[in-house]
Design a protein around this ligand. Structure first.
Ligand SMILES: Nc1nc2c(ncn2[C@@H]2O[C@H](COP(=O)(O)OP(=O)(O)OP(=O)(O)O)[C@@H](O)[C@H]2O)c(=O)[nH]1
Ligand SMILES: [Mg+2]
Length: 582
């Protein structure tokens, strides 16, 4: 769709009626019909500084936004002109021209700031137009706006929009600082510098922490944070004549430098300005911009905007939240690289945590902004502590898992052997204990089991207590039976031995008796022999005696003496009776 068909000229988007902002329906209708992605360029600055003129240049038209020719401020509210993008087919270039700031007749700074803030919120390129040079007043004004803008954005966009650090680059508008009627020379300490270096230098912060330095640095820091991408263009005075009707002059009548500078500026805007993007990568088109306009204007008109101090806090909150996020992600990255779970000891893990924590806190400090009471650093510390707890738990679990697997590996065969009854025998319990001890040594020798090594082992052993008891019971039962058998065997053997011994004794007794008998018989025989011998001796003695007697008798007989021998009781006892032979 050609621009002329839907927007032959600019229309008022937001009317400024005695401090109350009113969104114009006509403009909204135009927006709702544009489905192309939009590059939104807004211009703000003090009144009567050639803003509308510059916007017409971007539209490629001599006429369009109304250019003032008197001391009276001209543009009121915010005006919009949607044109086809000169360099990006299929895109729409939305030009927003705003009411000038610091109108003495209006005398309402607050209303100025609101318009200023709206322009920065709606645009993807924010052109800040000042006269002559960059001064402290211009910096302060821009700073105030960044703070209000920040509040508005925080109030009107979902949380995820401002918290995602990756989105921030797309979300903030690029700042293009234009300096009109720049009469100074771009030089510092005798060295030439570019307009960008001039801007850079003007926003440079001083070293030190005293109150004065802080007041000097704060607006600069806010601008830097709010506008990460910055560009500066300086413009010579357009003509040496009085320039109340500049737009009516031909190009040839303008200062050549000025024309060239305008061309460079336009080329930058056409080639470098980004599509207006919302958090989450949403590319703004007409209906989306319409929605943004309504949302922001409603927020401003609700009149309960927080004061500026709180706005700085909000900025600090966002910056510090992003710094915390960055620090935590650095911590995660370091721990991911360094920690191999399970760690051998808890101390090993704590040491790694401490060094990563130190680096994360350094990252936070580098990126933090106005964390004066260190509340954000404390929050980071709490989050890091929580991470440490979490990692310790993970480490414990990793150790438990590793130990369980190892225990299964090592003790599995023993369990199998028990199942197969290899330990169901007398003395099996001792063997089981011995094997368990052996496997425990093997388990202890395995490296990198982690901090749960002992606990896991004890747990495992406890879980096998019933198995061990069963082995013990079986062992006892079988041992008792075997003992019984053994006792019976011993008893039988004893009985047998006793019986055998009785036989032997009996035999010995018999032998003794026989021997005794034999000796007795022998004695008897001996005695008989002796008696016989004695008797024989006696017989011999008797015979001899008889012989003697007979001899004697013979002699006596010869002498008439008679002797009579007689036996009294038995034959062995002889008495001699000499009797006179008569
Ligand atoms: N000195 C000077 N005058 C300029 C320049 N550009 C435009 N003008 C003139 O300044 C006057 C005001 O121009 P505008 O474009 O209406 O300025 P403005 O900033 O939009 O003014 P407000 O809408 O009232 O805030 C006009 O007469 C312009 O011709 C410039 O670069 N230098
Ligand atoms: Mg104007």
């Amino acid at each position: 769709m050609a621009s002329e068909t839907y927007m032959p000229g600019p229309v008022c988007l937001i009317e400024n009626m005695e401090g109350q902002l009113v969104v114009k329906q006509e403009a909204l209708q135009i927006l709702s019909a544009i489905t192309q992605p939009m590059v939104v360029v807004a211009i703000v600055g003090v009144c009567s500084t050639g803003k509308s003129y510059l916007m017409n240049q971007l539209a490629g038209k001599k006429k369009g936004f109304s250019v003032g020719s008197t001391v009276q401020s001209h543009t009121k509210g915010i005006w919009m002109w949607c044109v086809p993008h000169p360099e990006k087919p299929g895109h729409t270039l939305v030009l927003l021209d705003t009411e000038g700031l610091g109108d003495v007749e209006k005398g309402d700074d607050k209303n100025d700031t609101q318009i200023f803030a709206l322009a920065s919120l709606l645009s993807s390129t924010f052109v800040y137009n000042t006269m002559n040079k960059i001064d402290q007043g211009a910096i302060d004004l821009l700073h105030n706006v960044t703070e209000l803008t920040d509040i508005l954005r925080a109030r009107t966009l979902p949380d995820n929009g401002v918290k995602d650090a990756d989105d921030i680059g797309n979300f903030f508008p690029d700042l293009v600082w234009t300096i009109r009627d720049f009469y100074l020379s771009l030089e510092r300490d005798g060295q030439l510098m570019t307009a960008d270096e001039y801007l850079q230098n003007s926003l440079k912060m001083k070293k030190g922490s005293d109150q004065r330095t802080q007041s000097f640095n704060l607006p600069r820091l806010c601008i830097q944070k709010f506008f990460p991408t910055r560009k500066c263009f300086v413009f010579d005075s357009p003509t040496h004549q009085k320039i109340s009707q500049l737009e009516t002059l031909k190009e040839d009548d303008l200062n050549f430098q000025f024309v060239q500078q305008m061309a460079e500026f336009s080329s930058h805007i056409f080639n470098k300005s980004k599509i207006k993007t919302l958090p989450g990568g949403i590319k703004v088109n007409g209906p989306c911009l319409e929605n943004l306009v309504l949302t922001y204007v409603n927020a401003i008109n609700s009149r309960d905007l927080p004061c500026m101090e709180n706005a700085v806090m909000t900025l600090a909150q966002r910056e510090n939240a992003a710094a915390i996020k960055r620090a935590l992600s650095h911590y995660d990255q370091l721990m991911g690289q360094k920690v191999q779970m399970p760690t051998e000891t808890l101390q090993e893990l704590i040491d790694l945590h401490r060094s990563s924590e130190g680096e994360a806190i350094e990252i936070f400090k580098k990126n933090s902004f106005k964390d004066e009471d260190q509340s954000f650093q404390k929050e980071l510390q709490t989050l890091l502590d929580a991470k440490q707890n979490d990692i310790c738990k993970q480490n414990e679990k990793a150790s438990s898992d590793c130990c369980s697997a190892l225990l299964q590996d090592i003790f599995g065969p023993l369990e199998e052997a028990v199942k197969q009854g290899l330990y169901s025998k007398p003395g099996g319990h001792n063997l089981y204990l011995q094997k368990t001890k052996e496997l425990m040594t093997k388990y202890h020798q395995q490296p990198r089991k982690g901090i749960q090594a002992e606990e896991a082992l004890q747990k495992y052993l406890k879980s096998k207590e019933s198995v061990r008891n069963a082995v013990l019971q079986t062992d006892h039962a079988l041992t008792a039976k075997e003992k019984e058998i053994e006792e019976a065997r011993v008893k039988a053997e004893a009985a047998k031995a006793e019986a055998e011994s009785a036989v032997v004794i009996h035999r010995q007794m018999q032998q003794m008796m026989e021997e005794k008998e034999r000796l007795h018989q022998q004695q008897i025989r001996q005695m008989e022999i002796e008696i016989a011998n004695i008797l024989a001796q006696q017989h011999r003695n008797l015979a001899h005696l008889l012989q003697v007697l007979n001899q004697l008798n013979s002699k006596l007989k010869a002498n008439n003496v008679m002797m009579r021998w007689t036996s009294l009781e038995d034959e062995r006892k002889y008495y001699c009776k000499i009797v006179s032979c008569a």
